[in-house]
Design a protein around this ligand. Sequence first.
Ligand code: NAI
Length: 326
Amino acid sequence: TDSVLTVCITGAAGQIAYSLLPHLANGCIFGPTQRVALHLLEIAPALPALAGVAMELADGAYPLLVSVVQTSDPTVAFARADVAVLVGAFPRRAGMERKDLLAKNVPIFKAQAHALNTVANSGVRVLVVGNPANTNAMVLSSFAPSIPKKHISALTRLDHNRAVAEVARVAGVQAPSVDGVCIWGNHSSSQYPDVTRAVAAGKPVLPMLGGLENVAETFIPMIQKRGASVIKARGLSSAMSAATAIGDHLRSWLTGDSAVVSMAVPSDGSYGIKEGIFFSYPVRCLGAGEYEIVQGIEVDSFSRKYIEATAAELNAEREEALAVLA
Ligand code: NAI
């Protein structure tokens, strides 16, 4: 294609962006002939560091990268954006409670919503990564009325990939041979990584994982706490795998995918989750930024309990976000 895709990344001088930007520039996400313009947003104190990142992007001499904008003004960053990846957020500090984190992030996502609503391209697709990602996406969506809700999503693909990778490891197969894994609910430790219907090379994985009781005791907590395990080992959060997951999410969403993947999307009543929150579901990506929530899954009582718990957490976050706004 001859047209240039405008891709905006917020938090562009941060850790995740440092791993993500090469993927965005090198053709592996949007296609090997799709030219890209990158719009990089940071807060003013991080602009000097961002200038260094921009130097490295230039030095990459990427054939498909046509221009790079550096700014601390959201209306410049989001101008004519086709894709916006919202990575920047106020970080969780030691001792901070969820409602303190929400109080810091609600105004950021409200302001970015106004800017996106005003200056982005009408077909813009928005991926929220900064935490609390699901609720930040909900806030964004409610202040960007001209962007269809289904054009906004939050990242749970990292959790999905973690679950797939662990199943593949146990089954002794490569990741693409795993099917039927999904993440339900919040990108938080209440998420439900569901392997009850999963297969590896066509064989059910539940017995390989030691049965439901063992899944509850070992597998589920391992996936729920994987981010913390990486931080403990590395002293830094899981930026490389987050960047890979962002690339996977964008590729599936924008170009389609034959596999069922996990995305946090506006709830539509599917599986009894009431509207008003962004909930991770198994989805089928149809291409061109369209998806459908997979329907007709038989949710057993084991899974139901986890799905209700993570929905309850998201409903509580929603109430807290609304209280901050009031
Ligand atoms: P980081 O702290 O290295 O980078 C974040 C960057 O965002 C910083 O450079 C900061 O200056 C910038 N920033 C802060 N407020 C901003 C604003 N209002 N506008 C523009 N930029 C702003 O953090 P890292 O490791 O890159 O992570 C970013 C976010 O992603 C965190 O909230 C983290 O919790 C979240 N995350 C989400 C995952 C998911 O699966 N949904 C996975 C991993 C991280």
